[in-house]
Design a protein around this ligand. Structure first.
Ligand code: ADP
Ligand code: MG
Length: 718
């Protein structure tokens, strides 16, 4: 008996599933040709896909506008009235349009058709009242409505009234095949009554009960044809909840798994010899409280037997390099090798120079490997890496090439990690059989909600304190008209012994016009600041590495007072004597880039300045960016604003997280509170059932499987 029930249960379940899996071709009014368009334009293949194609907004159909209220800025409007006349007009050689004059006694408005002319002119009856629904637009100074939906009043009254009419976004291609918002409405209106009892719930019953969610079936009905605004809100909430909850469950589960299974090298702190020596002999300042705390967190990880997988966030200038150095020394002290990977050649050279200085005379060997390392040097480096005599390797992407083989890599640090894709990072992990400990560092503070979603399974440390004695950078905005004043200010700072950066946008290294801006700028600066009194260095991405290095070292040694550069200096460059950052065409930079650039000054004790030069008339968005910079120096605040201005998709690409999530309704920038809420729920569930083995959680297992279907598997990283 029980068995039979099982079989029948299974059968009817699979039949239910089948219905929504039906190919859209078989829907009444679709057919193969239109199905092709649904597939191509909207990714809709099945009934289920259609159900999940949600309206992008709803129009209140209980409201009628009067003709005298109309203007071209109104969205869709509904009118009630009669046609006074219908007139066929010629446009061009063999094209015609039909123009109707429509009135509701408050005024007249033109209604225009380019298609279906014959049918409309035959069927419209001037004695009858019609309901029109369309978008007002303006044509040679007059308001008209092109191709409205139209229905005769008595017919309209005989149908059930929808108050919130769903609007579906469509494309030019779909519209030219007569698939518009109305088509979606009609198809869904015929599909919805048939889904009753056929939508399989995707969340466990106890979750729906406990968190007072609508059932999936009701949710789908309400989303397409809401009973009222409250039901619509609840339906939208259910979808957002589910989207974010499943993502958080996935992340928290992965984290749990990593913590409990992935082994890591165990470092013993009693072996700290190099670390102590470096710390006591080489570091000229006291560590900040935040640096000390972060080092303790790292220490706890590397002693735990688990593999460290930690993200270190710290604003520009907060002293991450020192943390990286001491962390690498923990590995070296325990007989392992360490590496530091950075995104640009300039930065690699800079790190190499400063780390070499701090390791000088201690007995730790360090080398630099980049794309331009000479073959002879490379051979030496390879040998040192293989026999273990080379302790620390600093470099660019060159580090992840397959030919780079370590004897025993115990610690990999990645600076400015947002510049690397997941795949690149993963290659580093695989340099050993047992994955090395990983520390990824970023100066682009990621807003909490985004971090929770993208890096949720990394442990996060934050340096939230700048070294003492730094004064706040003063930021000012000027237009070109004030250029001479700005030069005057630069002169004064240079007289006081300080140095100045002048940065030009170089959005693409191959963009010739950008390069010309920089060259013109350089000419102008050298005229304003002539030799022998002044020396101007220049660095840009198109230069050969040794030229770049020459330019950088001139500036670092204060042999040049001015550095004209592109954004190659955006990350990491550290010249504490520089006090002025002039950013040309600042409106062309994104917020996080501006913040990074500004972070190049204010690294010493002298008051520093950031000057944003822009053209006079800025777009609203550009103006927001500039004024955010003028008003705030807080990296987290800036990144929150950035997220709002740009939206999350742009900030951290999907490839970055290795995780192809596609949010239909929830928003990482707007649903922060909900993200926090569902994360707590996910953890509560995992506390009770860490492997999700309970019967009641099987739907969740299925949801995770579905989510991870598209995930690129890079092993133990997020
Ligand atoms: P970032 O976090 O941007 O990588 P850096 O590591 O380049 O910052 O450090 C910025 C500057 O601050 C460097 O000149 C560094 O030597 C200095 N610095 C780092 N830690 C301290 C500290 N505790 N006290 C004083 N100066 C410090
Ligand atoms: Mg740095």
């Amino acid at each position: 008996m029980a068995k039979l029930e099982k079989i029948f249960g299974y059968l009817s379940r699979s039949m239910i599933a089948d219905y929504l899996d039906t190919d859209i071709t078989y829907m009444k009014g679709v057919g193969p040709k239109r199905a092709e368009i649904f597939k191509k334009e909207f990714g809709i293949r099945t009934f289920r896909d259609l159900l999940y194609y949600f309206p992008y907004r709803y129009v209140d159909r209980s409201r009628f506008y009067s003709v005298d209220e109309l203007n071209k800025d109104l969205p869709y409007v509904q009118l009630k009235g009669k046609f006074i006349s219908l007139e066929l007009q010629k446009i061009g050689a063999n094209k015609k349009k039909l123009v109707g004059t429509f009135t509701d006694n408050t005024g007249v408005v033109e209604v225009v058709w380019f298609q279906g002319i014959d049918w409309i002119s035959k069927s419209v009856n001037r004695d009858k009242t019609y309901i029109l629904f369309g978008k007002p637009s303006e044509f040679s100074g007059r308001i008209n409505i092109v191709h409205p939906e139209m229905e005769e009043l008595s017919k309209w009254q005989s149908k059930p009234q929808v108050t919130l009419a769903p609007q579906y976004s469509t494309t030019e291609q779909s519209k030219s095949s007569y698939i518009n918002s109305k088509t979606f409405q009609m198809l869904l209106a015929s599909l919805i009554p048939n889904i009753h009892g056929r939508v399989l719930e995707t969340l466990p019953h106890y979750i729906i009960e406990k968190y007072k969610l609508l059932s999936l079936e009701n949710t789908l009905c309400q989303l397409h044809f809401p009973e009222n605004t409250e039901m619509l809100r609840q339906a939208q909430y259910r979808i957002k909840f589910e989207e974010l909850f499943v993502i958080q469950l996935n992340i928290q589960k992965a984290k749990l798994h990593r913590h409990s299974t992935v082994r890591g090298f165990v470092f013993d702190r009693s072996k700290d010899n190099y670390l102590k020596e470096c710390f006591h002999k080489k570091i000229p300042f006291k560590m900040t409280g935040a640096q000390t705390r972060v080092l303790q967190e790292i220490r706890a990880d590397v002693c735990s037997g688990r593999q460290m997988n930690r993200l270190l966030q710290g604003d520009v200038g907060s002293g991450k390099t020192l943390v990286a150095l001491l962390t690498m020394l923990m590995a070296v002290d325990n007989g392992y090798q360490a590496c530091l990977m950075v995104p640009t050649e300039v930065l690699a050279q800079q790190h190499y120079r400063s780390l070499s200085k701090m390791l000088d005379g201690i007995g730790v060997s360090i080398r630099l490997l980049t794309g331009s390392t000479k073959q002879r040097e490379r051979t030496e480096i390879d040998r040192g890496l293989r026999d273990g005599s080379l302790n620390i390797l600093v470099g660019t992407h060159a580090l992840i090439e397959e030919t780079v083989v370590f004897k025993n890599l115990g610690m990999a640090v990645i600076d400015e990690q947002h510049r690397f894709g997941v795949e690149q990072r993963a290659k580093l992990w695989k340099k050993n059989e047992l994955a090395p400990h990983i520390l990824v560092m970023t100066a682009t503070p990621i807003p909490r909600t985004l971090a929770m979603t993208l890096y949720g399974d990394l442990d996060v440390s934050v340096i939230d304190e700048l070294p003492k004695g730094r004064s706040k950078i003063i930021t000012r905005h000027f237009t070109d008209a004030y250029r001479l004043k700005v030069y005057g200010f630069m002169r004064k700072q240079i007289e006081e012994g300080h140095q100045v950066y002048v940065v030009y946008p170089l959005i693409s290294e191959s963009e010739n016009t950008d390069l010309k801006d920089l060259e013109d700028g350089y000419d102008r600066i050298t005229r304003e600041f002539p030799i022998p009194q002044y020396h101007v260095a220049v660095v840009h991405g198109r230069m050969k590495p040794d030229q770049k290095e020459l330019g950088m070292s001139l500036f670092e040694r204060n042999n040049a007072q001015i550095m004209v550069a592109t954004t190659v200096i955006e990350v990491g460059v550290d010249v504490p004597n520089a006090t002025v950052m002039v950013i040309e065409s600042a409106e062309r930079f994104g917020l996080s880039q501006l913040h990074q650039l500004r972070g190049r000054v204010g690294r010493g004790s002298a008051q520093s300045y950031c000057i944003l030069m822009t053209k006079p008339n800025l777009s609203e968005n550009a103006y927001s960016r500039i004024s955010t910079m003028v008003n705030s120096t807080d990296g987290f605040e800036i990144s929150e604003t950035d997220l709002k201005l740009r939206g999350p998709g742009d900030m951290e690409g999907k490839q970055q997280s290795g995780f192809a999530f596609d949010l239909k309704m929830a928003s990482l920038s707007q649903d922060g509170q909900l993200i926090q809420y569902v994360r707590d729920i996910a953890n509560e569930i995992l506390d009770a059932d860490p492997a999700l083995e309970k019967q009641e959680n099987q739907l969740l297992v299925k949801a995770l499987k579905e989510l991870n279907k598209n995930k690129i598997n890079y092993g133990s990283i997020s």
